[in-house]
Design a binder for this molecule. Structure first.
Ligand SMILES: Nc1ncnc2c1ncn2[C@@H]1O[C@H](COP(=O)(O)OP(=O)(O)O)[C@@H](O)[C@H]1O
Ligand SMILES: [Mg+2]
Length: 268
């Protein structure tokens, strides 16, 4: 699967629950609204008064220099670290109240790759919420996991221990786990770290498909090279939001200089 190939699966062919969130259906997904968000790590004011909207049907990037608070923003939105102030709402209620509709791919460094599980086990973890820990996985869950593995081009590796796969293959397995969850919101923290070109193409292909299906796709991205073109919208961050909105409007030099302190180059 490469970026130039046609999208592999139409929204109707079964990856997501039939009748839900199909592009053009009545059940449109609401945007996520972050309002007045402040996060502190002891004395460090890591995020100051963040106000952003993350829209469905788009791929949104969180961009900014190292230490800008990109991962912190994602984690605070997910409730993994506490906010001193502010809220993250999604439709009628908070994002956290709907956490079963969220999938999260953490930064590679935060995953223990020695974990003694096969690729299949890891993908099936995406089904736990739907099946419950104590119940056996249903045929539906097994099918969802198999579909997800196929979608990332890893079906031949199902029985390999995760630790024996290459970085790119591991990242695809974790993407498959997120897909198996059939979430409406996908958060990814620097998903391209340590991956090969093939994985990069598979990843963006899938992110474009999910966005086309009307889902919310938010990724921390620290490469300002050509891959940035995959993003429709950008949140440019450096402790506070420097700019956010349509990619090319945000990535103009005035905002970039403000975010990167005058240095505008390749990777941050
Ligand atoms: N658990 C933590 N405890 C204390 N400081 C932290 C913690 N996590 C991150 N930080 C600090 O908060 C700032 C933002 O970090 P982070 O969100 O990881 O930035 P980014 O993802 O943009 O590189 C950095 O200065 C970092 O050192
Ligand atoms: Mg980070």
């Amino acid at each position: 699967m490469t970026l130039s190939m046609p999208r592999l699966q139409s929204p109707q062919t079964g990856f997501f629950q039939p009748g839900r969130a199909v592009a053009g259906s009545a059940e449109a997904i609401a945007p996520i609204q972050v309002s007045s968000l402040d996060v502190f790590y002891r004395d460090l004011h890591a995020l100051a008064d963040v106000n952003v909207t993350v829209r469905p049907g788009k791929i949104t990037g969180i961009v900014g220099p190292n230490g800008a608070g990109k991962s912190t923003l994602m984690k605070a939105m997910l409730g993994l670290i506490p906010a001193a102030q502010g809220e993250v709402s999604w439709g009628e209620t908070s994002l956290l109240a709907q956490r079963e509709r969220l999938a999260y791919l953490p930064q590679r460094a935060q995953i223990d790759w020695r974990y003694p599980a096969t690729a299949w086990d890891v993908v099936m973890m995406g089904r736990v919420r739907k099946s419950g820990w104590l119940r056996k996985f249903s045929a539906t869950s097994k099918r969802a996991a198999a579909d997800a593995l196929k979608r990332v081009g890893m079906e031949a590796f199902a029985h390999r221990p995760i630790g024996q796969l290459s970085g790119g293959q591991q990242q695809r397995i974790f993407l498959a786990r997120a897909l198996a969850q059939e979430a409406d919101v996908l958060f990814l923290d620097e998903p391209l770290t340590g991956v090969d070109k093939k994985t990069e193409a598979v990843l963006f292909d899938i992110l474009h498909e999910l966005a086309d299906e009307g889902k919310i796709v938010l990724a921390v991205h620290h490469d300002l090279g050509p891959t940035i073109k995959n993003f429709d919208e950008v949140i440019l961050l450096n402790r506070e939001v420097v700019a956010s909105g349509v990619r090319d409007e945000v990535l103009q030099s005035e905002f970039m200089q403000r975010a990167y302190g005058g240095w505008v180059g390749a990777a941050a």
